[in-house]
Unconditional design. Structure first.
Length: 485
């Protein structure tokens, strides 16, 4: 199958027509259609292997749950009645079908290395990657030259913190972040603190918001960078980016934000917010896994030390071949997000309200973690604690519901979430927290099913709980003197 080349193809064609190294193309522009046809014909696969007829379909296509090895399910004591209902959009999002469509040609025919300079496969791929860079830049109000493709937000966060700190280490020795930032920011900061930097981990208020006065007081003449996450992955807190940016600019300190959970969900403009560096991840906005970007401001210029040695791709900041299919998928995801953000937000807010109200109509003693004001949170993240149930049983029993307890990476350990602890949430309530993540493709029927499953399970656990019995009898549990034997 030959794909039409589209806009990028037209530019490519112009280049192709100009090229003197390709004999047929050295003529005038009038030969272009012939050249295109020849180029496309040359790119046809004439010898694709015949499809093998009798291979059974992969079980996952019929029932995703069936793809999980049975022994593993048994080991974990899990029995699934069909695939669990996915409400974990902060961990990752499914690919938007439009993203898949955009990527497909690059997975088959347009497989050139975007850094190949000597033939049309390379030029074509480069054009497509540059188109994607434009789409990413447009979503955040940046210049495409300020977008560097990376493997995701983890890499971008490492690059921002270590890259800036190391570049300016002659004069600057101090870094500021928050106690509720993502593990990859905190770990990068810890790495730097083991190498002579001083790190301030700012506390947050009970709703997860930063105290701006504390931030301003923490800035020192030797502060290299302030790193504050835009939207928290566990509780959805939306930090006041504009105000933080203004403080950093006033003190001439670089402002980095981990925006993995914010991009495509909330409006972002790097200039209005005075953001100097920003980390983005494609798989959080219906794009592919394994690609992201770092925004690096050019005026005033931010310098940083590359973390990867190699061929000097991406302006020498991130060596390695740019994965063109992923970049194109990422670009498409950004374009769709830019065009549909208002529609997405309205849909997600409606479903989040339905979920929250539906649960509260049928259950008492639910606490919403994070800000109560919807303006200070990303609406698609509902982190709820259910009082008087046992945390582990809650998560284990809700096997038909794919939700997260705190962040996906820490939930396996069943440790209470460090984010909830930083908010001052008590340990038992932190353990009974569930993060419901609603997205573009979530439906009303799914929300209703999630309500039914949660209500059924929480009620069952509470019926078994002696604490719940006491609460029902009107006993104030806080006044009980528990025996120490
Ligand atoms: C806030 C935040 N930062 C960083 C990451 C890591 O992103 P990636 O998976 O692209 O490395 C995530 C996702 O888990 C996240 O939620
Ligand atoms: S890495 Fe972010 S939720 Fe796990």
């Amino acid at each position: 199958m030959t794909q039409p080349l589209g806009r990028a193809g037209a530019r490519l064609l112009a280049r192709f027509a100009k090229s003197s190294s390709v004999a047929e193309c050295s003529g005038a522009a009038g030969t272009a259609p012939k050249v295109l046809a020849a180029a496309q014909a040359g790119r046809q696969f004439s010898a694709l292997p015949e499809p093998i007829e009798d291979v059974p379909p992969h079980p996952a296509t019929a029932n995703p749950a069936a793809a999980i090895p049975e022994e593993l399910m048994e080991m974990k004591g899990i029995k699934l009645s069909g695939a669990p209902l996915y409400l974990d959009m902060q961990a990752t999002t499914p690919l938007d079908p439009r993203v898949i469509d955009a990527m497909m040609p690059l997975m088959t025919e347009q497989y050139g290395n975007p850094h190949s300079r000597t033939h049309m496969y390379g030029w074509e791929s480069e054009d497509l990657v540059e188109g994607a860079r434009l789409q990413v830049a447009a979503l955040i109000g940046a210049d495409p030259k300020e977008i560097i493709f990376t493997s995701g937000a983890t890499e971008s966060n490492n690059l921002a913190l270590k890259g800036v700190a190391n570049f300016y280490s002659g004069k600057k020795k101090h870094i500021i972040t928050t106690q509720t930032d993502h593990k990859c920011v905190l770990d990068s900061a810890r790495y730097l603190s083991q190498r002579g930097f001083e790190v301030t981990y700012l506390p947050v208020k009970p709703d997860g918001l930063l105290d701006l006065e504390l931030l301003e007081q923490a800035i020192r003449p030797d502060t290299a960078i302030v790193s504050v996450m835009m939207v928290n992955n566990e509780i959805g807190t939306l930090q006041p980016m504009k105000e933080i940016g203004a403080i950093c600019r006033k003190h001439k300190v670089f402002f980095h934000t981990d925006a993995a959970q914010g991009i495509g969900k909330v409006p972002v403009n790097v200039n209005e917010m005075n953001i100097d560096l920003m980390s983005i991840s494609a798989h959080k906005l219906y794009g592919p896994k394994g690609i992201g970007a770092i925004y690096i401001r050019r005026r005033p210029r931010v310098r940083l030390e590359a973390q990867m040695s190699g061929g000097g791709q991406e302006r020498g900041i991130r060596s390695g071949t740019v994965p063109a299919p992923l970049a194109v998928g990422f670009g498409k995801a950004c374009e769709v997000a830019r065009q549909e953000m208002a529609v997405d937000t309205a849909h997600i807010k409606k479903l989040a309200d339905r979920l929250y109200n539906g649960l509260n109509d049928q259950l008492q003693h639910i606490v919403l973690n994070g800000p109560q004001d919807q303006k200070q949170r990303y609406v698609g993240n509902l982190n709820l604690s259910f009082a008087y149930v046992e945390g582990e049983s809650l998560l284990m029993g809700l096997k038909d519901l794919a939700v997260s307890s705190g962040s996906a990476c820490t939930s396996a350990s069943l440790e209470p979430s460090y984010v909830l602890r930083a908010l001052g949430v008590e340990e038992d309530m932190a353990h009974t927290s569930l993060r419901f993540g609603i997205g573009r493709f979530t439906t009303e029927a799914e929300v209703d099913r999630a309500i039914a499953l949660t209500v059924q399970h929480v009620s069952k656990l509470r019926e078994m709980s002696p604490l719940w019995e006491m609460v029902q009898e009107g006993i104030d549990i806080k006044t009980i003197q528990w025996s120490q034997h």
